[in-house]
Design a protein around this ligand. Structure first.
Ligand code: FES
Length: 104
């Protein structure tokens, strides 16, 4: 095993867990455009080397979903919709400007 410093200042995880309607889960209610729109904005703003967005499995707060988290800053967004995009992007911009370093 090799340990290394996280290469991103902000790593966004979007919960995509689906239970096919058997129980509330983010993947059943997340707008599929959300990740695409975020990726486009991250790329357009030139943040790509410092910001990464990934799908995640269940984050444990299913009833509050759809959930999106930003690490290492430990920021959680729940009940996320594409309408929340401007606020999420502003948060990322603020984090990048504050010079938050990746976890060591
Ligand atoms: S299904 Fe998303 S937090 Fe559990």
């Amino acid at each position: 095993m090799k340990q290394q410093t996280a290469p991103y200042q902000c790593h966004l995880f979007i919960c995509t867990k689906s239970r096919n309607g058997e129980r509330k889960s983010c993947g059943d209610s997340t707008n599929p455009q959300l990740k695409t729109l975020l990726k486009e904005e991250i790329s357009k703003r030139g943040w790509k080397p410092r910001v990464r967005i990934s799908d995640s499995g269940c984050l444990g707060l299913c009833d509050a979903g759809p959930n999106l988290i930003i690490y290492p800053q430990k920021i959680w967004y729940s009940e996320v919709t594409p309408a929340d995009l401007p606020e999420i992007l502003q948060t990322i911009e603020n984090l990048l400007e504050s010079g938050t370093e990746p976890m060591r």
